[in-house]
Design a protein around this ligand. Structure first.
Ligand code: NDP
Length: 439
C-alpha cells in the first residue's frame, strides 16, 4: 500500500487476492520461502509509450499507451487491450493481476497481461479509430508475438479495432501469425469468440446452480452493461430458460419486465453503435432511467426484483448498498461478467448471505479460454465449427466451476468461490514459478 498509494484499483484487487491466499500460504511453507506473493504482485515488465496520431481536422493527438506483461510462468502473456479515458497503469495492473489467476483457471497454457490506452473511442470517426489503432501498434508490435504476448479485445476494443491493429502488425513485421485474438472470421478468428464471455458466464452459473439442485429455468435476471459481454449473456440466458429484464450503459438503465429484446439490442449497439435511449425508442415497453435519476449512492440496474444478477459493464459498478438492495429483493445468484464489478463491501454481503456468488476471474474466464482456442486453431492453420468451439467452452466452464468449488471445499469454506478460485488459480502459477527458479 505504501508503494502504490496512487493505484487504488490495483490495491483493491491485490487485497482481495492476498487475503484469500493466506490459508494456502500457511499450509504450504514453500510459497513463503520462495517469496511467491511478493513476486506475483509485481509485473515482470510494464511497457508504457506515447501514441501519436492525426485526427480528421489534421491536428496531432497524443495518448498514453501501456502493456503490462505480468506473469509468463505457465505460457505466453495473454490479456485484453482496453481503450477508455479511465485507463492508467493502476487500472491495467489490477486487470493484469486478475488475468494471471483467471488464465490459470482455464486449464490452458497462458500467462497474464493487460494493456490499453486513455484514448476515448466515443465520438471518433472510423478513420480516426483506424489511425489510432495503427499508431498504437507502431509502438506495441516490438513487444508481442504469437508465442510471446497475444493481446485481445476489452472495453472499447472490439472486432473492428482488432482488425486495424492486426493489419498494422502484419505490415510492420511481415508476419501472418496468431498475435491477436478476437480477429475476423476470414483472417484467423474463431467462431464463438464473440459470444464466449457472455455464454461462459451463463454456463458457469448453470453449473453453480446444478450443484445446488437448482437451474436457471424461469429465473428473472438483472444484467448490467450493453456491450459484448452483456449482449451474449442475455442471449444465452434466454436459451437456458431465464429472462434478462435489464441492461445499462454509462448514461442510463433499461428495465423491461417482459424481457430484453436481444435482436433490438444488437441492432442498437453492434450496428448503429447508439445509446440505450435509442433502444427505448424502438421498444415501447422498455422503461429508461437516466443516470441523473439513479437513487443516491446506488445504481438503478440493481434496484429491481430479480433472482439473479449479472454485472457485465465495468469495475466497481455494484457497491455495498446495491448488494443489500439485491439481497432484500430476493436475489440469490450473482455471477460476474465484468472484471471486479463488485466492491469489497458488496462481496462481503454476498458471502455472508451465502448466496451463489461467481467471482469474475472464474465466471468470465470463457472469453480468454476461447481466445486460447483461437490461438490453437491459428497454430494448427485450421478452424473449427461453432458447435465444436461452443462445446469446448461449455466443458471448460463446467470443469472450471468444479475445480474452484472443490478447492473451496478442500479449505473448509464450501461455496466460497472467491477463495476457491484465487487458490486454485494461484497454485498452478506459483508451482511453475518455483520450478523455474530465480535468476
Ligand atoms: P464493451 O466495450 O463491449 O461494453 C462495455 C459496456 O459497459 C458498455 O455498455 C458500456 O457503456 C458499459 N460501461 C463502461 N464503463 C461504464 C461505466 N463507468 N458505467 C456504466 N457503464 C459502463 O466491453 P465488454 O463487454 O467487452 O467488457 C465489459 C466488461 O467485461 C469489462 O469489465 C471487461 O474487462 C470484461 N471482460 C470482457 C471480456 C471480453 O471478452 N470482451 C472478457 C472478460 C472480461 P458505454 O457504452 O456507455 O460506455
Amino acid at each position: 500500500k505504501a508503494k502504490y498509494p496512487y493505484q487504488p484499483e490495483f490495491l483493491q484487487a491485490a487485497e482481495e487476492i492476498l487475503t484469500t491466499l493466506q490459508p494456502v500460504v500457511e499450509k504450504e511453507p514453500k510459497y513463503e520461502k520462495y517469496k511467491i506473493l511478493e513476486r506475483m504482485v509485481e509485473p515482470e515488465r510494464t511497457i508504457s509509450f506515447r501514441v501519436e496520431w492525426v485526427d480528421d481536422k489534421g491536428e496531432v493527438q497524443v495518448n498514453k499507451g501501456y502493456r503490462v506483461q505480468f506473469n509468463s510462468a505457465i505460457g505466453p502473456y495473454k490479456g485484453g487491450i482496453r481503450l477508455h479515458p479511465t485507463v492508467n497503469e493502476g487500472v491495467l495492473k489490477f486487470l493484469g493481476l486478475e488475468q494471471i489467476l483467471k488464465n490459470s483457471l482455464t486449464g490452458t497454457p497462458i500467462g497474464g497481461a493487460k494493456g490499453g490506452s486513455d484514448f476515448d473511442p466515443k465520438g471518433k470517426s472510423e478513420t480516426e479509430i483506424m489511425r489510432f489503432c495503427q499508431a498504437f501498434m507502431i509502438q506495441l508490435h516490438r513487444y508481442i508475438g504469437a508465442l510471446v504476448d497475444v493481446p485481445a479485445g476489452d472495453i472499447g476494443t472490439g472486432g473492428r479495432e482488432i482488425g486495424y491493429m492486426y493489419g498494422a502488425y502484419k505490415r510492420l513485421t511481415t508476419k501472418y501469425e496468431g498475435v491477436l485474438t478476437g480477429k475476423g472470421l476470414n483472417y484467423g478468428g474463431s467462431l464463438a469468440r464473440t459470444e464466449a464471455t457472455g455464454y461462459g458466464v451463463v454456463y458457469f452459473t448453470d453449473a453453480m446452480l446444478k450443484d445446488r439442485a437448482d437451474s436457471l429455468k424461469g429465473k428473472k435476471c438483472a444484467v448490467s452493461g450493453s456491450g459484448n459481454v452483456a449482449i451474449y449473456c442475455c442471449e444465452k440466458l434466454y436459451q437456458l430458460g431465464a429472462t434478462p429484464v435489464t441492461v445499462s450503459d454509462s448514461t442510463g438503465t433499461i428495465y423491461d419486465p417482459n424481457g430484453i429484446d436481444v435482436a433490438v439490442l444488437k441492432q442498437v449497439k453492434e450496428v448503429e453503435r447508439a445509446r440505450l435511449t435509442r433502444y427505448a425508442e424502438l421498444v415501447k415497453t422498455a422503461q429508461y432511467t437516466p443516470v441523473e435519476q439513479y437513487p443516491a449512492g446506488k445504481h438503478q440496474v440493481w434496484c429491481y426484483p430479480v433472482d439473479c444478477a449479472f454485472p457485465c459493464a465495468t469495475q466497481n459498478e455494484l457497491n455495498e448498498e446495491d448488494a443489500k438492495t439485491l439481497l432484500q429483493n430476493g436475489c440469490k445468484v450473482v455471477a460476474e461478467g465484468a472484471n471486479m464489478p463488485s466492491t469489497l463491501g458488496a462481496i462481503k454481503q454476498f458471502l455472508d448471505a451465502k448466496i451463489a456468488y461467481g467471482p469474475a476471474k472464474a465466471a468470465n474466464a470463457g472469453g480468454v479460454a476461447t481466445s486460447q482456442l483461437e490461438m490453437e486453431q491459428n497454430a494448427g492453420m485450421t478452424s473449427w465449427t461453432f458447435e465444436e468451439v461452443d462445446a469446448k467452452l461449455h466443458n471448460i466452464m463446467t470443469n472450471l466451476y468444479k475445480n474452484v468449488a472443490e478447492t473451496a471445499r478442500e479449505f473448509g469454506v464450501e461455496g466460497n468461490l472467491v477463495l476457491g478460485s484465487n487458490i486454485a488459480g494461484f497454485r498452478k502459477v506459483a508451482d511453475a514459478m518455483i520450478a523455474q527458479g530465480v535468476m
